[in-house]
Design a binder for this molecule. Structure first.
Ligand SMILES: [Zn+2]
Length: 639
């Protein structure tokens, strides 16, 4: 007798094979048969009209903190997501010494935009090592977790406060490698790093002070078991992004590891970027390198109020500086005629935040409870025309009148052109991901990207088939990250199953949820699921559309796919182009000796001086680090 028999489902098994109507039987948390069934089960479900698919896998989340108070990772589970990958962008919550908790808390809150009260009220730091963190969340999970360990955390552990200031010594690199190995043994599926994040004090996050030699040493450790490297690159500039892709490709080839970066999105500020990236990824795939980009399915929308600085103002130093000074100073600035005039003037700038485009007038007032309540939904331009005010003045006046609690929404800042995105959504080197669940909680709701994949790209645009869409968010991700025994409906696989209605699956509208641990006025944006009927994790029903979430805690820390190690190619192809970073204190002969050791020094120096010197462009609030200076060999074809 089986535990569960799902009858008459339209089975999309995750491989992309044609869907077929059949049964699915489950016992002891595993799939026993797919297609036909025999015998009886203690529970039977008729799934006529519903798709049975492997549970979806979300490769890019920041659920590290939320998982300590919410093992269901709400609302991801109800969208059919049965496995999440937290620990992206160089940040995890372990390994972490007690002395660094305060600092990491500040960094995490800044980068992932989480309210301090929720973070402080929800987190009970009971761990130091990575294994201890996993033990702290393990028993309360309804969702599966395949965690990454953050490069910044490794540096913080080994170098302490100096991790924000300097490169590592050879002994410290050794210690970083040992700590990474220990974290992987405890259950991390890979390492995450970042080339561009800044902390709450506008300083580079610790991993950005690491040298290329440090990153290579860590990748060598990943290579021992073939585990993944996730990178947050300079996603807003094509040439530099291509350089980082080249770097990832060489790391992949040299150490036999899969690499992935996020985010990749369409922006009117960089119209040719995605096309160039696709070509480059194809080139590297043909060379045998494993580099995949992550692309989200939803447009970039952002909601904000005037109590804290946000990305929309990052190219306007006076605005940004004002918003950094706290509520009293903000009220003062908005009330003072001279400052107000200066802010209006600056708002007319053509400069835009990295990779985002917007017109101030198109921003909408999206929430107000006081005198502006009746105007909610209208644009700043529309309100300005009626009141004879500049849109920037409307923004300031509404904020003042609403005690800075008026909220504004900037829509379609980027990645809003669905037919354009459809060209990438089924690309073999692009993964549907970059969801960011658990982060940016009061800016936008990241949940439901999988629902949007089906509603927008399968039903509306017909850009890919139902079967292929399922494969994109199941087997393709499991394979790229080495998640063992999940992502396909096949005999013996873990019984992570989602039943959904292919005609109605979608993401619901953005709504406010007051469910953060701190309580009070802190909120987050969520989206409820549409069309997802039942979700099973390891054979146990954890959600259904009529009763909501169950009390079951059947989630687990996933096993890494042992045995999938691909050996580094002994005859690795020549790099597409060489590059190097000068290290602190270098002179020309030293850089040349390190990277062009096969030539006489004076020739090497001459050659190096002919390379392009590339300096990363960032907003003024983001400081430079040694890796921001790149010597690029001109592409071979052009040389
Ligand atoms: Zn991230």
């Amino acid at each position: 007798m089986q535990d569960l028999l799902i009858r008459n489902a339209l089975i999309c098994d995750g491989t992309g094979a044609p869907a077929r109507t059949g049964d699915l039987s489950i016992h002891d948390g595993r799939i026993v048969s797919v297609g036909s069934s025999s015998g009886t089960a203690s529970r039977e479900i008729d799934a006529t009209g519903l798709v049975a698919a492997p549970g979806f896998i979300d490769p890019h989340t920041h659920f590290d903190a939320q998982l300590t108070w919410d093992g269901q990772a709400r609302p991801s589970l109800e969208h059919g997501v049965t496995t999440v990958i937290p620990g992206n962008c160089s940040l995890s919550l372990a390994p972490l010494r007690a002395r660094d908790r305060e600092f990491l808390g500040s960094v995490f809150r800044q980068i992932e935009e989480m309210p301090k009260s929720a973070f402080d009220a929800g987190l009970e730091w009971s761990w130091e090592s990575f294994g201890e963190y996993l033990d702290a969340i393990r028993n309360d999970l309804s969702i599966n977790v395949a965690p990454l360990v953050g490069h910044s955390l490794l540096r913080l552990w080994v170098l302490g406060a100096e991790s924000r200031e300097r490169a590592s010594t050879p002994e410290e690199i050794e210690a970083l490698c040992d700590l990474l190995r220990e974290s992987l043994e405890a259950g991390a599926v890979g390492l995450s790093t970042s080339f561009s994040d800044i902390d709450h004090e506008f300083r580079a996050v610790p991993c950005r002070l690491g040298t290329m030699d440090e990153l290579r040493a860590l990748c060598a450790v990943l290579g021992e078991t073939g585990r993944a490297l996730q990178v947050l690159p300079e996603f807003w500039e094509a040439d530099l992004l291509l350089t980082r892709i080249d770097q990832m490709a060489e790391l992949s080839l040299e150490y036999g590891i899969p690499t992935t970066f996020s985010p990749l999105f369409e922006s009117t500020t960089t119209p040719d970027l995605v096309g160039k990236v696709r070509e480059r990824l194809e080139l590297h795939a043909a060379r045998g390198a494993r580099v995949v980009a992550q692309m989200q399915t939803r447009p970039i929308d952002m909601t904000f109020d005037m109590t804290i600085p946000n990305a929309v103002f990052s190219a306007m130093p006076t605005w940004f500086g004002t918003l950094m000074q706290g509520e009293e100073a903000i009220r003062g600035a908005f009330s003072d005629p001279a400052t107000r005039a200066a802010l209006v003037e600056e708002s007319k700038t053509d400069r835009r935040p990295i990779a985002l485009d917007f017109q101030l007038g198109q921003i909408r007032l999206s929430a107000a409870t006081g005198p502006w309540k009746q105007q909610v939904g209208r644009s700043l331009a529309d309100l300005g025309a009626e009141l004879d005010l500049d849109p920037a003045e409307v923004l300031m006046q509404a904020s003042l009148d609403e005690d800075l609690r008026a909220r504004f929404t900037a829509e379609s800042l980027a990645h809003f052109d669905a037919p354009l995105i459809a060209r990438s959504i089924d690309h073999p080197q692009i993964i549907v991901g970059a969801g960011d669940g658990g982060a940016h909680v009061a800016r936008f709701a990241t949940y439901g990207d999988t629902g949007r994949l089906f509603s927008c790209f399968v039903r509306d645009l017909g850009a890919l088939s139902l079967e292929q869409a399922v494969k994109r968010v199941t087997a393709d991700i499991a394979d790229a990250w080495g998640v063992e025994g999940r992502g396909r409906l096949e005999e013996g696989a873990a019984a992570d199953v989602v039943l959904f209605d292919p005609e109605t699956i979608a993401r619901g509208p953005e709504e406010l949820a007051f469910d953060l641990p701190g309580g009070g006025e802190d909120f987050r944006f969520i989206r409820r699921a549409k069309g997802v009927e039942r979700v099973f994790v390891n054979g146990v029903e954890v959600y259904n559309a009529s009763d909501g979430y169950s009390e079951a805690r059947s989630g687990t820390i996933v096993d890494y796919r042992s045995g999938s190690v691909s050996k580094p190619a002994a005859d690795a192809p020549e790099p597409i182009r060489r590059f190097t970073h000068p290290e602190p204190g270098d002179d020309w002969p030293q850089v040349a000796a390190r990277h062009l050791a096969d030539q006489p020094t004076d020739q090497a120096v001459t050659l190096l001086q002919s390379w392009n010197l590339h300096l990363v462009q960032r907003p003024p609030t983001n400081p430079m680090t040694p890796l921001d200076l790149v010597f690029l060999e001109p592409p071979r074809a052009e040389a």
